[in-house]
Design a protein around this ligand. Structure first.
Ligand code: UDX
Length: 435
């Protein structure tokens, strides 16, 4: 099939490369010349396991190309819109300028019979609004909404073999044709038995935001239990194991620690709340404001813990392990690790931070911090070692060997990902979160 992907950020670049991998002819389009130059040369503009391979495969086979020229969309019949919907600067809502601009430009080039597919995470009601502009500008084209559930670090796999496919389509013959075309796009996943949910626009949009809201709630729930565990001497990790054995609850996404960050969960729950308020139903999702607050409290708690253990922060040497919002990513958007490192430094601590992939991004955002190239270098002479992003490089550290490098054997495990017994046996003061 002939496919265009408008917007080559995280979602779009992965989607374009994954579509070419599935055998389609793909053109990726973005206004950012540097990004297009990198992608055209087969280089991923961010760290994502598996992406360089599919980019290379696509560009070599000739099935994948990138351009800044939106007119190239004319050569395609199916257009995925994958531009970002960041949080607005002065509130919680999603900034729709990129989506609106992408649709306005794309409609200049869309042809009769084309299928336009929204992939961006948008406030519910957006697709219905955009369908009106499609009908006004190119009545022969059809709009579908096909949300994306990819996780960073597993983005290619999640795109090629998703847990489920959701198509929001209009009623009647047009909607049926749109669903058939999407089934062809994802033919390999459909053949493998991936569940396909065909529904209306509003449901498709809501599936995405409610899935992220649920995941965020699950994490904040266990972090709320961590707060209670901290004042009662209970162990939140054991608690999570125990309640997780109930299949109705499930153990996944019950890891207490510094909480969630990244480019999706935090901004998506805020945008959902903002949209619900606009719809006059703010009360229905008011708990999401609490989910957000619990999450942000965890970051403050870690800073307090360092202060508590060290009797103050001024001049305390802290070796920070982790800067990315989660392992296997170089993404520092709304990263708990970077925020904690910056807060400690602001309060007078002498912070040296490291991360296997995110140092360059962090250096640009927080040039006031000191960065190290390895865990060993980051913890040298530290009074406190603070593990915030659970990269295997950090969770696999040998407490004996690290103990030789530090000034004091004090470790705070912000992800509850170390074995306390092992670290204590090596003479460390171990503090987890909620245990
Ligand atoms: C998330 C959703 O999982 C994905 O489906 C959606 O498309 C985009 O948003 P992502 O942001 O890549 O994906 O990361 P995810 O793996 O969900 O982790 C989000 C954050 O939650 C990370 O900061 C992670 O460290 C944290 N987390 C996750 C916890 O604190 N505890 C957990 O148990 C799980």
């Amino acid at each position: 099939m002939r496919i265009s992907v408008i917007g080559c950020g995280y979602l779009g670049a992965v989607h374009a490369a994954a579509m070419a991998h599935l055998g389609h002819d793909v053109v990726g389009i973005d206004v950012d010349e540097a990004k297009i130059a990198a992608l055209s040369a087969g280089r991923a503009p961010f760290f994502e396991p598996g992406l360089p391979e599919v980019l290379e495969e696509g560009t070599r086979s000739g099935r994948l190309r990138f351009t800044t020229d939106l007119a190239a969309a004319r050569e395609a019949d199916i257009h995925f819109v994958a531009v970002g919907t960041p949080q607005v600067a002065d509130g919680d809502a999603a900034d729709m300028r990129f989506v609106d601009a992408a649709f306005a430009s794309l409609l200049e080039h869309a042809k009769d019979g084309d299928l336009i597919v929204g992939k961006s995470t948008v406030p519910v009601g957006t697709a219905a609004r955009l369908a009106e502009s499609v009908a006004a500008k190119q009545p022969g084209a059809t709009l579908a909404w096909n949300p994306e559930f990819l996780r960073e670090g597993f983005a290619v796999k999640d795109t090629v073999s998703p847990d489920r496919l959701v198509y929001g389509v209009p009623e009647g013959e047009r909607g049926e044709r749109a669903a058939r075309l999407l089934d062809e796009v994802y033919a390999s996943a459909v053949a493998a038995g991936t569940p396909v949910i065909v529904t209306d626009y509003a449901t498709a949009e809501l599936v995405k935001v409610s899935a992220n809201a649920f995941l965020a709630t699950k994490i904040s729930f266990i972090n709320a239990m961590a707060e209670i565990a901290e004042v009662t001497g209970a162990d939140v990790t054991k608690l999570a194991d125990a309640i997780g054995h109930d299949a109705r609850i499930g153990r996944r996404f019950l890891n207490a620690g510094v909480g969630f960050g990244g480019g999706c969960l935090p901004k998506d729950i805020r945008a959902f709340s903002a949209r619900a308020r606009e719809l006059g139903r703010g009360e229905a999702v008011q708990f999401l404001d609490e989910v957000d607050k619990i999450n942000l409290r965890r970051r403050a708690r870690v800073v307090d813990l360092v202060r508590e253990i060290s009797g103050g922060l001024d001049g305390v040497r802290v070796g920070v392990l982790g800067l990315a919002f989660k392992p296997h990513s170089d993404d520092i958007r709304d990263s708990p690790a970077l925020e904690i490192a910056m807060r400690l430094a602001d309060a007078g601590a002498i912070v040296t931070a490291t991360d296997p992939q995110a140092v360059e991004n962090a250096r640009r955002r927080a040039p006031q911090l000191t960065f190290a190239d390895s865990a060993e270098e980051a913890v040298r002479d530290a009074d406190v070692v603070l593990l915030i992003t659970e990269w295997p490089e950090f969770t696999g550290l040998d407490p004996e060997a690290v103990g030789e490098l530090v000034a004091q054997r004090v470790v705070i495990d912000g992800r509850n990902s170390l074995d306390p017994e092992r670290w204590r046996a090596a003479g460390w003061t171990y503090r987890g979160l909620g245990r």
